[in-house]
Design a binder for this molecule. Structure first.
Ligand code: GAL
Length: 384
């Protein structure tokens, strides 16, 4: 998958790369793939602002890595910075990029207010903008690249329902730990998982338990919130956790009550910790969003804009705040359980086997046929 993906990306980007982008000094610039800034000042380049490094491992590792690779493949200079969860810093980085000659600006906002402040400044300077992963409400970005986030929530709900059915749990009390209320994605995930869950509540097959937002996706907040939930509703027997970080916090609380593995917990982002919790049976499922695909698509649009081309994106999404329609590149999420964990490990190598199958997880990788331990039909026959 990765090689094919990159090949498509490279062809796509190179096809539109009619010139090597660099400023007078010939410096094509470069981008640090960590949270630090780059030598970006003053030259034509693409600016990228990522939100934080705590809410999900992806923002500090995967997104910068894949974005840099995609721009390097197109030989377009890029400056990638991370706001470290600080809304004022986010705006400061935006202002600095806009005032120092970025030709295109990509943002994954911390919230729509600080995101809009940056997008408004970019628009005032006629700099085209891309909302990356998260829509900036009333921000007026020129493009939005993300996954089908309602679908993410849908997959989480059906994953939880399946795990509860497999365990034969009757009329479980369901707790919901939503993402950050300041993240429009969290609202889309919630819309997605509440359709199947509300059906179960309405038919009295499930009982709706506590339902709270987790500010800034903060796992420490998730711990505090879920400890309180379990105190008030000790009969909780299913948890809809909106991402792996929240799911891991919930699992750590359940361990103290010896309910880990008994109470199914969902997640999102197919992180290392999420897959480890799948292997131990403490997490029911996660949702894999091929960050590389998201980064390549965003970079592809940005490269075209950098070259003063106007990418044609016919699909749109309605901004619920402005009522406007934003051109939207929507990508498919995938539910991951132990059954298809090798999509993430062996196929895409998004979580390398070497990172996952070590220590106490090595035996579990062998048991579940993860990576090179994948079980052949012969193995399966032998174990029957
Ligand atoms: C969401 C994003 C998820 C996850 C979460 C926590 O906006 O779509 O992939 O990263 O933030 O940061």
């Amino acid at each position: 998958m990765r090689k094919k993906l990159l090949a498509i990306a490279a062809v796509g980007l190179m096809a539109s790369a009619t010139m090597t982008a660099c400023d007078d000094s010939g410096d094509t610039g470069d981008a640090s793939s960590d949270s630090g800034s780059t030598s970006g000042g003053g030259k034509a380049r693409v600016g990228v602002i990522l939100p934080d490094t705590q809410s999900s491992k992806r923002w500090g590792n995967d997104d910068p890595k894949y974005l840099k690779a995609a721009f390097d493949a197109a030989d377009v200079p890029v400056e990638i910075q991370n706001a470290q969860g600080d809304r004022a810093k986010f705006q400061q980085i935006g202002e600095s990029m806009i005032n120092s000659g970025v030709k295109v600006l990509i943002i994954a906002n911390l919230d729509s207010i600080s995101g809009k402040a940056v997008l408004d400044k970019a628009r005032a300077k006629k700099i085209p903008t891309i909302d990356y992963d998260r829509l900036t409400l009333n921000g007026g970005a020129n493009y939005y690249v993300s996954f089908d986030n309602n679908k993410v929530g849908n997959l989480q709900a059906y994953g939880l329902i399946k795990c509860l059915e497999t365990k034969g749990v009757q009329n479980p009390v369901i707790a919901q730990l939503n993402g950050s209320p300041s993240d429009n994605n969290a609202h889309l995930f919630k819309e997605g998982y509440e359709v199947p869950l509300n059906d179960k509540y309405d038919s009295a097959e499930f009982t709706k338990g506590p339902d709270q937002w987790v500010p800034d996706w903060d796992p420490k907040e998730a711990t505090r919130i879920f400890e309180q939930m379990l105190e008030q509703a000790p009969k909780i027997r299913g948890v809809l956790a909106a991402n792996d970080g929240i799911g891991d916090a919930v699992i750590k609380v359940l361990r103290k009550k010896k309910l880990n593995g008994v109470v199914p917990v969902t997640g999102q982002d197919a992180t290392l910790e999420g897959l480890q919790n799948l292997l131990t049976g403490e997490q029911c499922m996660t949702v894999y969003k091929a960050v590389e695909l998201e980064a390549v698509n965003a970079a592809n649009l940005a490269v075209k804009l950098y070259k003063n081309e106007k990418p044609a994106v016919t699909n749109t999404i309605k901004d619920p705040e402005s009522g406007g329609y934003v051109p939207f590149v929507s990508l498919p999420p995938l539910a991951i359980t132990l059954k298809n964990i090798n999509k993430v490990v062996a196929e895409d190598k998004y979580v390398p086997q070497a990172d996952l199958c070590k220590g106490k997880y090595l035996a579990l990788c062998r048991e579940h046929g993860v990576g090179t331990f994948v079980k052949t039909d012969a193995d399966e026959d032998e174990n029957r």
